[in-house]
Design a protein around this ligand. Structure first.
Ligand code: MTE
Length: 315
């Protein structure tokens, strides 16, 4: 059951709209790029549009999942392990002042506010598949730009081999953080070349509007060739490190969630097959499952990153 728009349009959304307007990015309604003062047709969130990405092979031609499905079936354990709950609770993330600390082995560490993140690079729209380790998938038109733009800005040192991503863990607003389902905060990691790959997206919007809380407002990672849990939501820190970071899922169950977590139909999760997936919105549990593709269909772009690696060992 979807909540009524009135239930998912809290005061914070209006604060967020003000914040985007103040950021100087607000353009006349109808502009092709940037944040407009107008809201999306459902009246909930500020508009954030991007130019269609010019990266070759980036946009899947598959039909996007509906906005309603993409915003009502979510994994966001800081709020709940129930997929319907983040939609009811995570709006508290929208409209808060937000800063991402970018530090570690870089020449120019910085605390970068949301307004500056929005201005850092032109926004692109990229239609990516997202495949969850649980065996379901969606197709989502994200709005953002390559994480490499931010990486370039902070100038990593030669010793920086990995990036560690930390997300918000605020027990005052996130009931899940008061439970022990994971060792909080949520942490993820990427190797430097994975993080610099142009497909790795720093997303601030989807479906032409700013990110809803349940999808990781106000800024998240989207790594389309990896299982969804690598795409950390609501980022607060990006640290450049020499050693491979230990992710929250890796700490919880090292035998089940490897560091690489590349979508790989040939390597099963210890408790279930990864060969097929259910596309959300396609006729419920009894709809025919789709074949999962190697690297989630992005092999042409990313397979070279793993040349010579045993992907059963480095799963
Ligand atoms: N990020 C945080 N901070 N907390 C989470 O629980 N869940 C992950 C990922 N990012 C998660 C997270 C998982 S398991 C998936 S499949 C995707 O978010 C789901 O993203 P979506 O809800 O936008 O589809």
């Amino acid at each position: 059951m979807h909540p009524l728009p009135s239930e998912i349009t809290p005061a914070g959304v209006y604060a967020q709209r003000r914040l985007y307007l103040q950021s100087g990015l607000a353009l006349a309604a109808g502009s092709a790029l940037g944040v407009a003062g107008a809201t999306t047709p459902d009246g909930t969130l500020p508009i954030l549009k991007g130019q269609p990405s010019a990266l070759p092979g980036v946009n899947t031609m598959e039909r996007p999942t509906t906005l309603a499905d993409a915003t009502s079936y979510n994994n966001f354990y800081e709020f709940s392990t129930d997929k319907a709950e983040p939609a009811k609770r995570a709006h508290v993330l929208v409209g808060r002042p937000w800063t991402v600390r970018v530090d570690g082995l870089v020449n120019k560490p910085m605390d970068i506010g949301l307004e500056d993140l929005l201005r850092l690079s032109p926004m692109e729209e990229r239609i990516y598949r997202l495949r969850c380790v649980e065996g379901w998938s969606m197709v989502i038109p994200w709005v953002g730009y390559s994480l490499s733009k931010l990486i370039d800005k902070v100038q990593p040192q030669g010793s920086a081999k990995f990036l560690e991503f930390t997300t918000l863990a605020d027990p005052a607003i996130m009931p899940g953080v008061r439970s022990r389902v994971l060792d909080w905060p949520y942490v993820e990691g990427l190797r430097m070349d994975e993080a610099r790959h142009p497909l790795t997206l720093l997303a601030m919007g989807m479906y032409g509007q700013v990110l809803p809380g349940q999808n990781g407002a106000p800024v998240r990672l989207v790594v389309p060739w990896k299982y969804g849990f690598k795409s950390a939501k609501s980022l607060v820190r990006i640290r450049f490190v020499e050693q491979q970071p230990v992710s929250a899922w890796g700490r919880a169950a090292p035998g089940e969630y490897g560091f690489y977590s590349n979508v790989n139909p040939q390597v099963n999760h210890p408790r279930w097959s990864q060969a097929t997936e259910r596309r959300i919105g396609e006729g419920g549990l009894f709809a025919p499952r789709r074949q999962t593709q190697m690297f989630n269909g992005y092999a042409e772009q990313v397979a070279h990153l793993y040349a010579g690696m045993d992907l059963k060992k480095f799963f």
